[in-house]
Write a protein that binds this ligand. Structure first.
Ligand code: AMP
Length: 217
């Protein structure tokens, strides 16, 4: 199973991606998490990313993103499939993914589009917390960690994302509308797009996802 998760920033792709990954036993590949981790670790990729100002909502150039995804999806845990969260984000990235898959004689299973009213999305940002070490995502009300402020997986102190500040969120929404929304048509034309109402509780949203994915088997 190879899935693309689509939808505006803050709609719940990270939360749903984590659930899908556990339920179907496939890894989640989040390009945003890969970049944040690279910056935190000060790797060569991290130094390149730092120049792009991702914490201001700027996009990383397509060729760098595509290379990172190519490398990550070549690891063995991806042999039976994976979820892509935050990639592709532009039509050229989607074309690069298609080329990458067809080289390996693989095909995308589905693109899942998560939708929610904009006001609800904006209010979700203020409660979002992330683990700087493993990228796990929480929400102080909707999806709290077991111990307040600490990651369930590695016990690190949770932080807020610099790019969740309200003015940067507005910019990210604009960039989504300009560059990423065209992907919905791209996948719809191919008959690969499945729409999910992400305004409900995470459990209910996940139920919709499972119905769609089990229907594809
Ligand atoms: P995310 O965690 O998916 O919201 O990504 C955080 C930031 O990383 C984005 O605002 C971009 O600056 C950068 N980024 C992540 N994925 C991509 C991508 N596929 N293309 C370009 N930039 C990306």
């Amino acid at each position: 199973m190879i899935l693309v998760l689509l939808g505006p920033p803050g709609v719940g792709k990270g939360t749903q991606g984590a659930r899908i990954a556990v339920h179907y036993d496939v890894p989640t590949i989040s390009t945003g998490a890969i970049f944040r981790e690279a910056v935190a670790r000060g790797t060569e990729l991290g130094r390149i990313i730092q120049r792009v100002k991702i914490d201001q909502g700027e996009f990383v150039p397509d060729e760098i993103v595509v290379k990172a995804v190519r490398e990550r999806t070549s690891e063995h845990d991806c042999d039976t499939g994976y979820l892509l969260d935050g990639f592709p984000r532009t039509v050229p990235q989607a074309e690069a993914l298609e080329a990458m898959l067809s080289e390996k004689k693989l095909r995308l299973t589905a693109a899942i589009e998560f939708n929610a009213p904009i006001d609800q999305i904006i209010s979700r940002f203020s409660g979002r917390r992330v683990c700087p070490v493993d990228g796990a995502t929480y929400h102080i009300e909707n999806q709290p960690p077991n111990h307040a402020g600490l990651c369930d997986i590695c016990n690190s102190q949770l932080t807020t994302r610099a790019d969740d500040a309200p003015d940067i969120v507005r910019k990210r929404m604009q960039v989504f509308a300009e560059k990423t929304a065209p992907l919905l048509e791209y996948y719809s034309i191919q008959g690969l797009l499945y729409e999910i109402d992400a305004s409900a509780e995470p459990e209910t949203v996940f139920g919709q996802v499972v119905t769609v994915l089990d229907g594809l088997k």
